[in-house]
Design a protein around this ligand. Sequence first.
Ligand code: SF4
Length: 200
Amino acid sequence: MASIVYTYNGGVYINITNKCPCRCLFCIRANGDGLGSADSLWHTNEPSEKEIIDALKEFDFSPFDEVVFCGYGEPFNEFDKLLAACKFVKENLNLKIRINTNGLGDLINGFPTAEKIAPFIDSISISLNAPTPELYTRVTRPKFDGETAFRAMIDFAKRCKNLVPETTLTVVDVIHKEDIELSQKLCDKIGIPLRVRQYD
Ligand code: SF4
């Protein structure tokens, strides 16, 4: 059975789904079944809301001050479960909440998601992946039209900037140095910090 809660590199993570509308070139899911304390992050069956909450109840979070929603899938693909889990953490555990997302929650769900989740979270890390729609499409390979997905992700990030205490955009260092520089310029223009993640 796959882990819902797992630890990795000193952090604690919640893996609520394996669903994702993208096929990123650098997706960590291609590197193995497990990560950190989890032998497998592939769910045989997608966990229910109750199973997620039960996993949160059972885990000892006392060594941690933050929990991150990030696993082998896109958390906004299971928005109701994500919302319920964030509410549970906020109301019952003394932890900050971060979500790592591809920023396509609005496209996936068909309604504005940032406004609904923002009251429950402390930070959000959004995958910019590339500075242009063309490169974004090649790197992220979304099931949506690439330009539409890129614009939706940027719009989502801009709204998060005004709603969430800490919003960050990320690129992975698999793209060229010039594209990282262009990503930095784009982030400067929209006023959101960029974090360059190392591919490992
Ligand atoms: S958005 Fe995340 S989970 Fe989905 S393919 Fe890209 S890296 Fe993998």
